[in-house]
Design a protein around this ligand. Structure first.
Ligand SMILES: *[C@@H]1O[C@H](CO)[C@@H](O)[C@H](O)[C@H]1NC(C)=O
Ligand SMILES: *[C@@H]1O[C@H](CO)[C@@H](O)[C@H](O)[C@H]1NC(C)=O
Ligand SMILES: *[C@@H]1O[C@H](CO)[C@@H](O)[C@H](O)[C@H]1NC(C)=O
Ligand SMILES: *[C@@H]1O[C@H](CO)[C@@H](O)[C@H](O)[C@H]1NC(C)=O
Ligand SMILES: CC(=O)N[C@H]1CO[C@H](CO)[C@@H](O)[C@@H]1O
Length: 463
């Protein structure tokens, strides 16, 4: 009974931690402004995104007829965008939140003239894009998750009224997002954001020289910390997905993003992830970020249960043990032996008590003569008299064009088992703070002179 209640207590605690402890971070993306960027369904099917903003409802407010503009994707005037309902539902079934972006840059055809006008726009959005009803829904009957405010022209007035009106529809949780420019506070959206009603604030750290990345992080970081003070659930780093996505600058090479920018900001309790402009330009950028963010595209609940690695690599290392004759070839030497052995030949009793130090070449394939990408350096000691088993402590010191840094391993290696898991306890450089599991397999074994290990490294914590 005591055991059962302990198990129950632990599972309750674990559920509580999964829900409350650390929230999931994810990548968002804008879709809709270029017909060559692929369909909405394909965008979601990449698995790279947790949020997709359909951009833009370019015209609304001030008694104008609202107008959706999805570039060449479809034509709302001929009702051809209603087929997007299937795509929207497909995205949502993968746990991806799909929002409608209203406003946008390069146009001044939206404006709220009064609080009453804001209420009318909210009612229009509710009936045509959210949980309400209308017989002319531009995107068909799929119900969007919320509204994203991309307000870059006109005044800052009445956007707070619109936010309050949208948040007031209680048949559906309407997610509210805003995309302010990084200079703090934002001229158009600060009033709206101050309502405290926004779930996601994706700050545009591009086309804004005073606060974007410019080879130097200082301006971006100080702006970021101002943004984390706003009353919103999550703050995102809004970035161009490629250099050419932002003529005014702000693109951050993915290596810099992963090794310098994200480590500096992700400690904020409100850090929500990265927002990208736009799907059209995202040629591998989100994938590379996810690699480092521990594949945050998938909602946290699913990610926790499936234990997906955030990085994986398979490498081989080759151990040539000194045998008294191969001094020039040997990469490993016995440096400690039990009283009944010596340092030339591994001792009897399953080598129990032998301690071997190695400096072995690492290769990408199983060929000893392939170009090495680094060295495996450390030791193994045989720690059981009645069966071959060892304890390993070593580092992969990688120095190739693809990988620079170290991965550190430690753990028991029951050699007679075909595969053995040992711990990846940390890393440096490209593997900064990495943790995970490495599955070892003895890939070749030639007497007491040579063996080759295949190391399948699965990292579950990446930075
Ligand atoms: C070193 O290893 C290479 C490749 O296995 C072999 O051709 C060579 O004879 C070895 N040299 C010595 C001194 O053992
Ligand atoms: C080491 O031990 C092996 C096996 O007992 C023996 O054949 C060899 O001569 C020893 N070598 C030295 C240097 O004592
Ligand atoms: C890594 O490689 C670079 C370039 O080949 C070389 O200059 C450097 O000394 C190497 N570092 C180590 C630790 O092997
Ligand atoms: C090694 O394999 C045996 C038999 O499959 C298994 O019972 C044992 O748990 C394995 N040992 C380790 C440390 O994985
Ligand atoms: C793997 C390897 O090259 N081992 C060599 C060690 O030295 C002995 C003696 O020279 C060779 O027979 C092995 O091939």
């Amino acid at each position: 009974m005591a055991g059962q209640s302990l198990v129950l207590l632990l599972s309750v605690l674990m559920v509580a931690m999964a829900k409350g402890g650390s929230h999931a971070t994810g990548i968002g993306v804008y879709w809709g402004q270029d017909s060559g960027e692929g369909s909405l369904a394909d965008t979601c099917a990449t698995g790279n995104y947790a949020y997709v903003n359909i951009a833009f409802l370019t015209t609304f407010g001030n008694a104008q007829t609202p107008q959706l503009n999805l570039a060449g994707h479809c034509d709302p005037n001929s009702n051809s965008c209603t087929s997007l309902s299937n795509d929207i539902r497909a995205c949502q079934s993968q746990g991806i939140k799909v929002l409608l972006s209203i406003g946008g840059g390069g146009t001044d055809s939206y404006k709220l003239s009064s609080a009453e006008d804001a209420t009318q726009v909210a009612n229009y959005l509710w009936k045509n894009y959210l949980g309400g009803h209308s017989n002319s829904r531009p995107l068909g009957d799929a119900i969007l998750d919320g509204i994203d405010f991309v307000i870059a022209s006109g005044t800052g007035e009445h956007w707070d009224d619109l936010a309050r009106a949208l948040a007031g529809f209680n048949q559906q949780k309407v997610y509210l997002a805003a995309a302010p420019q990084c200079p703090f506070p934002d001229a158009h959206l600060s009033g709206a954001i101050s309502t405290g009603l926004f779930d996601y604030v994706w700050v545009q750290f591009y086309n804004n020289p005073s606060c974007q990345y410019s080879g130097n992080l200082d301006n971006l970081i100080s702006s970021w910390y101002q943004w984390t003070t706003v009353q919103a659930s999550r703050i995102f780093l809004g970035l161009p997905a490629a250099d050419e996505a932002a003529p005014g600058g702000g693109f951050i090479p993915v290596g810099v993003l992963r090794s310098q920018v994200l480590p500096a900001i992700k400690g904020s309790s409100k850090y929500g992830g990265v927002m990208l402009w736009s799907r059209k330009f995202d040629d591998g950028y989100s994938l590379a970020i996810n690699h480092g963010m521990c594949s945050t595209a998938i909602p946290s609940r699913r990610r926790i249960s499936s234990h997906q690695p955030c990085n994986r690599l398979v490498l081989y290392f080759h151990d040539i043990i000194y045998n008294g004759e191969n001094t020039s070839n040997a990469t490993a030497a016995i440096i400690g032996s039990p009283a009944w052995g010596n340092k030339t030949i591994l001792a009897g009793l399953n080598h129990f008590g032998d301690l071997v130090v190695f400096d072995d070449p690492i290769t990408l394939d199983n060929n000893l003569n392939s170009n090495p990408v680094g060295r495996a350096q450390g030791f193994y000691l045989y720690d059981k008299k009645d069966i071959f088993t060892a304890w390993l402590g070593f580092s992969f010191v990688l120095n190739s064009t693809d990988y620079k840094g170290t991965i550190n391993f430690a753990g028991a290696d029951p050699l007679m088992n075909k595969t053995r898991d040992i711990s990846v306890v940390g890393g440096t450089g490209d593997f900064f703070m990495a943790r995970g599991i490495a599955t070892l397999m003895t890939d070749a074994f030639e007497g007491e002179v040579y063996f080759r290990l295949r190391v399948d490294i699965k990292l579950y914590e990446c930075w």
